[in-house]
Design a protein around this ligand. Sequence first.
Ligand SMILES: C[S@@+](CC[C@H](N)C(=O)[O-])C[C@H]1O[C@@H](n2cnc3c(N)ncnc32)[C@H](O)[C@@H]1O
Length: 398
Amino acid sequence: MKSLTMMSMKYRKNVVYNGVMTYPKRLAILGRQPELGTIELESLLGPQNITPFGTNAIFFDGEVDIDRLGGVIKVGSVIYVGPVKALADIELPFTTFAEGSGKTTFGLSYYGMQVTPRFVLAAGLELKKELKAFGPVRMVAPTTGTELTAAQLLHNQVLTEGFELLVVGSGREMVVAVTTGVQDIESYAARDHGRPARDAKVGMLPPKLAQILINTTSAALIVDPFCGTGVVLQEALLSGRAAIGYDLASEMVQASETNLNWLDGRSSVQLPDWAVSAFDARKVVLPTTPLAIVSEGYLGPNMSNAPNQQLLADLDFATSQLYRETLQNWATQLPAATELALCIPNWRTASGWQSPKVLDDLVDLGYTTKVFKHAPRVIRYARPDQIVGRQLLFLTRT
Ligand SMILES: C[S@@+](CC[C@H](N)C(=O)[O-])C[C@H]1O[C@@H](n2cnc3c(N)ncnc32)[C@H](O)[C@@H]1O
């Protein structure tokens, strides 16, 4: 394997961001909904240790394991921060990268800059010319757009046999970073589509979203009172937390058990303790040890057309009642400061998203809504064509 040494790199030190003198070393490229990666990095590292750059990237200080982040697609080491420039005008760290045998593979990804795929290709070819001085070199260009996907990086061994440069723009400022980690798409596929017990009817939570929710909490025990097929429990165990799940439907309890036994069987390390049992979330007796509740609650029927006023009113009534009773039950048992990260349904209507009315009662029910410094107050997770979306609620027992 070849190594990319950084002998000749020059950082521009003491850059001013948001009025604060910083020395950014690490950069995260955020996923399709940047606010999701933002809230997990803010939760894990602290709001003072992250600085958003443009719409799709964040500078951060501290260590993160990209395999444990659901909302971050790449991380890199920063080698340039400053005015927008051509790559040829930036001193890049490729003094000794071409040592060893065989070709060095490299690629370029541009984020948040007004550039065309043609421009990226031309910049890559320019760089390739320079790199040839150090040995044989192969370039991988984005198949669509201006960014290399995780699959392209993986299948072309870009990170193991070479390097990727991330070029990120925001206004007149530009950052260049060398990618040090990328999302493990194969592991996600196995943890999502590879599980033995799946149920399309309950609308399984994507593992990435489960990770994001879990990352906003810090307790050693994660409880999911609407566990379904157990995606939250699975991701909790993989992040080193113990997990307890409940579900009203015994077949869902069975599905979670099957999936967690499967996970146990394929895990190379001993998983933390877990248990699943049948319970109604409105009556469940929670463990008395410190815990966080992370759960995608009941979302109601899936829909392919926007609901009419009557249906909307009925859905809101039923949903609000379920969550009111559930939150009331939990509030009688949870100690102050217990963290909750929940998904509840929102419905897309002609005039925008509608949330269930129970949200107006959160304070009376004994909960405070968490506010993130670097993210909007209301966060939803929905595909552009989805009628029933998920609103993410981050609460603390008051
Ligand atoms: C949207 S699904 C959760 C899916 C789960 N996150 C997964 O990834 O498989 C909601 C689950 O809540 C369960 N449920 C509905 N009402 C409930 C209640 N009152 N108490 C506990 N579970 C309930 C359903 O059986 C269903 O499995």
